[in-house]
Design a protein around this ligand. Structure first.
Ligand code: FAD
Ligand code: FES
Ligand code: MG
Length: 284
């Protein structure tokens, strides 16, 4: 069933929010879940994207996408009125939400998009929410206003100091974990290396930490094994057992190796697509 793009908004360089027609998914989705989208059944790759928000009344879901390679650039080039051939979901286990007390939510780069529905649900459940948002620079920082609305405290850091504090997210995270009383929980979503170092930081202070893993996915149903990770010495499939896991138990080094396995092919596909884009309009 095709899913029409109803609106498209640019949030930052190469970052877009899409609103899609998807009434059945909007009805069923819970915070923490994702969809697997396919632009064109005959030639496109299937890729996972988190459901950033949804409206049951409008029958729509919002996806926030950062263009990083061939498929995400292809999607970023879609316009209002275009359709995805398929959008499968909601997939993955929903986030466990309850009143834990005080929770630190840490979002790095595009990780802020999947973090927003979780932080919102934690706030609605009565938690005190402290948010740390990090980006390489001011231009890449997204969703600050949305987080400000639902956070009791918000800290912004950039790698180059162009906005907020010049620091990595681990710096304020360590400071907040050192407070008395310490936070009851942390939720960290961002690049794998950031989730690794945030988990090492919170482990020092014994603050339970949930991470949302962004492994390579193909079918999203537990059949292909593409998304397998080691958690606490056991093999888990991120698409059906996750995407959220105990950050203190994930084997991040193995995950990083698996994520890099297809780099040369992915880089070539991106280059070929860029050349194809440059040629559009040159030949009549
Ligand atoms: P490529 O050049 O092919 O790959 C770039 C990098 O993306 C790779 O090195 C690898 O690390 C990763 N990747 C490649 N193929 C896949 C794949 N099939 N599945 C997963 N990762 C892949 N991105 C967003 O912008 N917004 C989101 O809300 C979002 N949510 C995600 C939720 C989950 C559960 C997961 C697993 C990933 C999510 N991602 C999200 C990441 C997104 O799926 C990848 O950026 C995208 O697949 C890259 O495809 P590409 O062809 O453009 O890039
Ligand atoms: Fe195939 Fe998870 S994506 S098993
Ligand atoms: Mg790809």
């Amino acid at each position: 069933m095709p899913h029409e793009v109803l609106s498209k908004e640019q949030l930052a360089e190469n970052v877009f929010r899409f609103t899609l027609e998807a009434p059945l998914i909007a009805e069923a989705r819970m915070p923490g879940q994702f969809v697997i989208v396919c632009k064109d059944d005959s030639y496109s790759e299937r890729i996972p994207l988190t459901i950033a928000s949804a409206s049951k009344e409008e029958g729509t879901i919002d996806l926030i996408l950062q263009a990083v390679g061939k498929t995400t650039f292809e999607i970023a080039d879609m316009s209002v009125g275009d359709s995805f051939d398929s959008v499968a979901g909601p997939l993955g286990k929903p986030t466990h939400i309850e009143n834990f007390g005080s929770v630190i939510c840490v979002g790095g780069g595009i990780g802020s998009a999947p973090l927003l529905p979780i932080a919102t649900a934690l706030k609605e459940a009565g938690n005190k929410v402290t948010t740390i948002l990090g980006a390489r620079n001011k231009q890449l920082l997204i969703l600050e206003d949305d987080f400000a609305k639902i956070s009791d405290e918000i800290i912004i850091v950039t790698d180059d100091g162009s906005y907020g504090r010049k620091a990595l997210v681990t710096e304020p995270l360590k400071e907040i974990c050192s407070r008395s009383p310490k936070p009851d929980m942390a939720v960290v979503i961002g690049p794998t290396i950031m989730m690794k170092f945030c988990s090492l930081t919170t482990k020092e202070f014994d603050v339970p930490t949930v991470v949302s893993l962004n492994t390579i996915m193909i079918d999203g149903t537990g059949m292909c094994g593409g998304c397998r990770v080691e958690v606490g010495g056991e093999t888990k499939f991120v698409c059906v057992d996750g995407p959220e896991f105990d950050g203190h138990k994930v084997d991040f080094d193995q995950m990083i190796k698996r994520l890099n396995a297809y780099k040369p092919i992915e880089e070539k596909a991106k280059k070929d697509y860029e050349q194809h884009r440059c040629r559009i309009g040159l030949h009549k």
